[in-house]
Design a protein around this ligand. Structure first.
Ligand code: V0V
Ligand code: CO
Length: 145
């Protein structure tokens, strides 16, 4: 079951500048930042609110770390903007299997490591009305409590 918007992924050319925009304009602070070499991104998570399932909703600001990364390719084509949405679930494996059985392409055979030690997978945007969609199970999921 999907129980929250986990994050909205926003692609940018300059992470520090974009973090400053969100701080100065809205007062959002960086909750967590890291580099994910596998995904080719440097990211900042801005926590917007906690959610009723024990999780939270974030903005995920993404800057590419290398030219052949998916985000660099997307930025070159589209410029800065909303790159993906992510739904949160206590069971990314189960949701991915269910979605796959409905004919939507799940991009990874097994979930990979995402922000803050989460487990993530992606659904192909061409099967989701043009929206790159991510499924996330948080590292320490309070959702089952
Ligand atoms: C590509 N397309 C998109 C899109 N990226 N449509 C909507 N939103 C996006 N973000 C469209 C693109 O316009 C093309 O349509 C078509 O899909 C094929 O795209 P492409 O440019 O040829 O690129 P591909 O096929 O090499 O790669 C596209 C996919 C790739 C979606 C397969 O971006 C991917 O594997 N993404 C998942 C991983 C990812 O995005 N990681 C970065 C975030 P037309 O022109 O043919 O009509 S990492 C993250 O979120 C983390 C770590 C986290 O949350 O913890
Ligand atoms: Co994401």
């Amino acid at each position: 079951m999907l129980t929250r918007i986990d994050h909205i992924g926003i692609a940018c050319f300059d992470l520090d500048k974009t973090v400053e925009f969100y701080r100065a304009t809205y007062g959002f602070e960086v909750f967590h930042s890291e580099v994910n070499e596998e995904q080719g991104v440097r990211e900042a998570m801005l926590k917007i609110n906690d959610t009723g399932d024990g999780g939270a909703s974030y903005l995920q600001l993404l800057e590419p770390t290398r030219e052949d990364s998916t985000v660099a390719k997307w930025l070159a084509k589209n410029g800065e903007g909303v790159h993906h949405i992510a739904f949160g679930t206590a069971d990314v494996d189960g949701v991915a299997a269910d979605v796959r059985s409905k004919g939507v392409r799940v991009l990874y055979p097994e979930p990979r490591v995402g922000s803050m030690g989460s487990r993530i997978t992606f659904l192909h945007p061409k099967d989701c009305g043009g929206v790159l969609t991510e499924l996330v199970t948080a590292a320490k999921s309070d959702e089952e409590h």
